[in-house]
Design a protein around this ligand. Sequence first.
Ligand SMILES: *[C@@H]1O[C@H](CO)[C@@H](O)[C@H](O)[C@H]1NC(C)=O
Ligand SMILES: *[C@@H]1O[C@H](CO)[C@@H](O)[C@H](O)[C@H]1NC(C)=O
Ligand SMILES: *[C@@H]1O[C@H](CO)[C@@H](O)[C@H](O)[C@H]1NC(C)=O
Ligand SMILES: *[C@@H]1O[C@H](CO)[C@@H](O)[C@H](O)[C@H]1NC(C)=O
Ligand SMILES: *[C@@H]1O[C@H](CO)[C@@H](O)[C@H](O)[C@H]1NC(C)=O
Ligand SMILES: *[C@@H]1O[C@H](CO)[C@@H](O)[C@H](O)[C@H]1NC(C)=O
Length: 789
Amino acid sequence: MYLPFLFLLYLFNLANVCSSQSVLTQGSSLFVEKNDHLLSPNRLYTAGFHQIGQNAYCFAIWFTQPMLDGKHTLVWIANRDEPVNGKRSKFSLEKTGNLVLTDASQRFWTSNTKSNSPLQLQLLDSGNLVVTHVHNQSYIWQSFSFPTDTILPNQPFPRDTVLTSSRSLTNFSSGFYKLYFDNDNVIRLLYNRDGIASVYWPRPWLLSWQAGRFTYNTTRFASLDSKGLFLSSDSFTFNTSDFGETLQRRLTLDVDGNLRVYTLSQKRWVVSWQALSTTCAIHGVCGPNSLCTYHPETGRTCGCMHGYKAKNRSDSSFGCVPTFDFNKDSENYDFIKLPFVEFYGFDSQWSTRSSFKECMKACLDDSDCKAFQFSFDQSFGSFVCYIKLLLYNGFYKGTPFNTYLKLPKSDVLSYTDQKVVNESKLDCSTSVIEIKRPYDENSTNGSLKFMLWFSIILGGIEVFCFLFFYYITKKPSPTTTQTYLAIATGFKRFTYDEIVKASRSFRDEIGRGGGGIVYKGVLADNRVVAIKRLHEAIQGEAEFLAEMSTIGRINHRNLIDTYGYCAEGKHRILVYEYMENGSLAENLLGANQLDWRKRFEIAIGVAKGLAYLHEECLEWVLHCDVKPHNILLDADYNAKVADFGLSKLFHQDSTQDSAFSRIRGTRGYMAPEWLFNLPITSKVDVYSYGMVVLEMITPQNRLTRDQATDYSEQKRLVSWIREKVHEASESLVETQIMEILDPVMEEEFEKIEMKNLLRVALKCVEEDKDARPTMSEVVKMLLDSDKEL
Ligand SMILES: *[C@@H]1O[C@H](CO)[C@@H](O)[C@H](O)[C@H]1NC(C)=O
Ligand SMILES: *[C@@H]1O[C@H](CO)[C@@H](O)[C@H](O)[C@H]1NC(C)=O
Ligand SMILES: *[C@@H]1O[C@H](CO)[C@@H](O)[C@H](O)[C@H]1NC(C)=O
Ligand SMILES: *[C@@H]1O[C@H](CO)[C@@H](O)[C@H](O)[C@H]1NC(C)=O
Ligand SMILES: *[C@@H]1O[C@H](CO)[C@@H](O)[C@H](O)[C@H]1NC(C)=O
Ligand SMILES: *[C@@H]1O[C@H](CO)[C@@H](O)[C@H](O)[C@H]1NC(C)=O
């Protein structure tokens, strides 16, 4: 009778100790080191310090539940343009009633509020962070009045508020797109960068009433309700595609300038409405002199036109610059035709009466003319000539649009292959935000140390409680516990002593690779781990730490989970999850051979992992050494790619701008680009992937590492397989295919899937890198064969 009661009391106490608060009282603070946060009573939202870069933090509100990739979705940021230090920063409700964010003693943000009566800071169930009077609960400040790039259901969007997009997926600073009520009471989207401003929604060529907007309601108020109905006072309204109560939604002005409503579905945000369906129609996406192309599979890419080159190769929003000088005589210029292309805006003149010849001459005579557009316009019933001063907002619009680009005659002559786009590049920013604000180390006095220890102990108790409650409230599947554990403990820097202890002085060697030797170990918290000791040739600590910060943020079920690292003296060590079934290489050679289904799943898994590395735009990572030894298998034979993000660390002897100037990779899986000194792109991994898949389905003796020592051997093998597959498809019999397949799998494989896998693998090992698919295309092709069955 009395024991359960005690137990309950114990639980209750425990809950009190570790329950996260939703209220901060006057005169107290949330500290960055302690990971202090406020939790809304319904636990949906959390407010606290969010790490946005190396040692860089913002005070933010986010959805408590992480997404599938382990990341949190931010809904509000106090100091988006000025992150604070990871040490000695705090967010306080001062005695005077002012809310301030300080870094050491410097103020970075303040609410500018003041009151003589008692106040408190509260995070409400709606996601609104409010400063209220304790007695009557009336607000004196609320985060809902100062949105960043997101509004939540029932959050008002009144006059004079603005949503501003983030700069990029990794840089939360204010970007170039805004949502606001204009002077004519219409809600609009605007692009504004370096003095170039243009409205692109509603469609700029329509008058407001043509776009269905009402310009005379001066209320200027909009909001999204909890069912998914958006209403604006200019009579613009829509329902989300999943109209209905109880779902979690957010309306966000995205990095790419599109306004979207997202609905949470199984830890993933699904778009349930968007303002523009053609993402290339968003102004400024590619910067000046650049052409936007959209492909349903690869998304949007920006390219420079013939005669132009990228201004900044790592950030396409800077656009392109001409490779020639525009100040020559008009005789020196000619034009190339860009079919179906339109550049919106910046016409110095237009006329409905000129012929093509006259239009061309007008552009030649005007030294500021960069191009002209000559297209048939139905509403005029004639051709219209536009003279373009600047080339912005360019994209393929279809008939009848045609643009004629002005170029020096020499460049027109070199325009032979009709390739409009000279170069295309990824729209990923690879920079990491880092704060190196100096502060006085010595002032870390006794009481601070005490606080630190206290918070560590408190943190420990909290983690314990968290896990404890998690266990008693849910019956977790093993994989989710893993994720939670990883999140609770985080990506860690280990000391060398810890590593020595965990690996029992590097006793249990489990593998040996190009980068170093791998040992098995057990961490203090009993996690079994793989410990990779990198060869000492590794570069300086700064590069290593930069790579670690990249690796620490990478999180995907087909990529090995890195728990932490050690950088002490000359030691460079990585700690990652231990994989029960070892590497694919061992499994292919071992006695206990993989069946067809497992091999097919492994092929898909590896493709997904690589696609994430290449194209999720989080950070552009080339693997450069894809091979069966780097593909590890967990207890359920799920494939995880290991050793990514390290390629930059070895071989840093780059002579010029290219960080990849030396041959990398392993013979037998190496793309021809390495040998012939061609530019290295993500397609080198696609090639290696193709070789791995071929190795996986053909008998082992053919493609082991020792045999395929040189490239011609590799090539001979591929062409032999290609020939057999070709013969098989010609004669419609499968015998030729059987010849190339590993007999272990015989008779158990699905023919359609097998043929598809072979076809995809052969595409991946094309000599010409442009003929190879991207990794995300590979995933799609493999999954499609799944569906056909
Ligand atoms: C709430 O109380 C404070 C002082 O205690 C007062 O200044 C404020 O006007 C009150 N607000 C409302 C809505 O009554
Ligand atoms: C103006 O918009 C507000 C808010 O949407 C609405 O309540 C009001 O009825 C509108 N007024 C007119 C005259 O349409
Ligand atoms: C949204 O859905 C509601 C309920 O079905 C309907 O009454 C309303 O007219 C719809 N509004 C729009 C803009 O489609
Ligand atoms: C294409 O781009 C490259 C690389 O930026 C540049 O060097 C080259 O001049 C451009 N070629 C032409 C014909 O514009
Ligand atoms: C290119 O852009 C990145 C990110 O904005 C920046 O860090 C880098 O300095 C730029 N490079 C050049 C050459 O302008
Ligand atoms: C983030 O964006 C801001 C604003 O464009 C820029 O000033 C800052 O340098 C960027 N940070 C990085 C690390 O690229």
